[in-house]
Ligand binder design. Sequence first.
Ligand code: GLP
Length: 242
Amino acid sequence: MIDKSSPIPFYYQLESFIKDQINSGNLVPGDTIPSEREYAEAYGISRMTVRQAINALVTEGLLYRKKGSGTFVANKKIEQPLQGLTSFTEDMKKRGMNPTSELIHFEIVPASINIADELHIKEHAPVYEIKRIRLADGEPMALETNYLSANLVKGLTEEVVNTSIYAYIEEKLNLEIAHADQMIESIQASSEDARLLKINKDHPMLYIKRNTFLQDGTPLELVKSHYRGDRYKFYIKMKRFE
Ligand code: GLP
């Protein structure tokens, strides 16, 4: 599989070979890949070349290293479209995955000046502060904190937020969720993220801030989420001219 007469660099050939093995299902998530020495001996290339190929695949998130035990095939990342204002519950169900939540915090608190500003309500007005671990097929994906005005979103309970907040708002309150502004930034896992999502501190994460609005422009929610960077990738289709 390494063609020594080819102008394609050896590291790149090995990288493509390992990728093919993952895509064809010869290597599946959780499998250990051969060691650098084994690859080097099997294909008559240097360990440095093997390392370069493996490093590229680790950076891409297809492989991950575990200290002392080797290099493993990572779970496939969830590809999340950026068009469409959807909920976590809808997104996971669409993929045939089972969405669950673990409630960490649920309280009505007086809005801080910042939250009040984001939700266009008065400082100290009551807001729900809801922190949930969002899981897909039992695997923690994100830690999400929602702020919603308690005067607008009436009757939220712990039972409701254990399932879908969006479903409650639309089906029970008959409010029309219309549009949102969303910002995505790269961050490192905080100690809290690490503890609750069972990852290492400083793990790569995506910080997603969403401000959602009703049809008439009323701010509905402010959401601050920390998504696992190794489990998510986002995509969007773009048109040069609208
Ligand atoms: C996603 C969004 C959040 C939104 C949530 C609602 O996770 N990032 O901004 O609040 O969906 O999800 P659900 O309706 O499942 O509670």
